[in-house]
Design a protein around this ligand. Sequence first.
Ligand code: UDP
Length: 319
Amino acid sequence: MKKRILITGAAGFLGSHLSDRFIKEGYEVIGMDNLLTGNIANIEHLFPHPDFTYYHHDVTKFVHVPGNLDYILHFASPASPIDYLKMPIQTMKVGSLGTHNLLGLARAKNARILVASTSEVYGDPKVHPQKETYWGNVNPIGPRGVYDEAKRFQEAMTMAYHTFHGLETRIIRIFNTYGPRMRLDDGRALPTFLRQAIEGEDITVFGDGSQTRSFCYVDDLVEGIYRLLLSDYEQPVNIGNPDEISILDFAKEIIALTGTDQKIVLKPLPKDDPMVRKPDITRAREILGWEPKVSRKEGLAITYEHFKKVIAEKANPDT
Ligand code: UDP
C-alpha cells in the first residue's frame, strides 16, 4: 500500500517542490490550494501522474479528504512580506483557523502532521544566530505581526494537539529559501534583484543594506522537511543555510553574477524589518543528520537560469 500524504499550499513555491519529492518517493499525493498566492503552473506537470490528485480548497474552511491519510504537510500561507501586507486577514486565518482544521483532520485520520513555521517567530532577534530555544522578539501589532503571530499561534496549537491528544506532530522553522518557481513579483529580495538585473532596472536595496539574511536552496530545505517528517522528533527544528550575508553585499553578488550594469539604489527600510537572521542548525545536524549541500553560488546560478527562461517566455509567449 502506498502512503497517502496531503500537502496544503501545493501550488506554491515550496508546496510544489514537496509534491514532486513525495511523488518521487512513491507516495500518493493530494495537493490542496486555493491559488491565493499559488500558481497552478507549478504543479501542472503532476496532473497526468496517477498518484497525484488536486483539490481546489481554502483550508480556513472545514477540510474534507476522502479515504485514509498517513501524513499532512501544512504549507498553505501567503509567505512574503508584501503578500501578507496585502492580505493580512487571510494570512492570519490560514495560520490559525487553517492550522486548527488540519490538526483536526490529522486527528480524525490518525495521521502525522508537519506544519511549516518560520524564522519570523524570532521576530527582530536579539540572539544571534537563532537557536530553537530562543523565544523571539516579535511586535504583535506591527505590519509583520499578522504572519509572525499566526505562525506562533500555529506552533502553540500544534504542541497543544501533541500534548493533549497525543497527535504525532512536527514543526519546522524555515529560514529564507529560494529557487525555481519563486514568484518573480513576490517582492522578496532574491527574486526582485534577479528580475531587476535581467530586465535592466536599478537594484532596490532597502535601508543601508547592512541587515543580514541567510539563503537556503530549495532542494536542501525539501531534504530537511523529508527527514523531519520521518523522524520521531516533535520539538521545532530550524532548517536553513547558515551562510549569512548583508543585503548590500548580496545585491553586489547578483550584479556580479548577472553582469548587469544597473546600479544599486537605496530605498526606505520597511517597518520592523529584522536586522539580522541566521539559523543555528545544531539541532538539525544532531537529530536529522542534515545540513545544506548547495552553496549560494550554485543555487543562484540555477535560479538565475530559471528566471531568465520565465522572463523570456513571458516576453514571447508563442515561442
Ligand atoms: N529587501 C531589499 N530590496 C528589495 C526587497 C527586500 O533590500 O527589493 C530587503 C528587505 O528589506 C529585507 C531583506 O531584503 O531586509 C530580505 O527581504 P525579503 O523580503 O526577501 O525576506 P524577509 O527575510 O524580510 O522575510
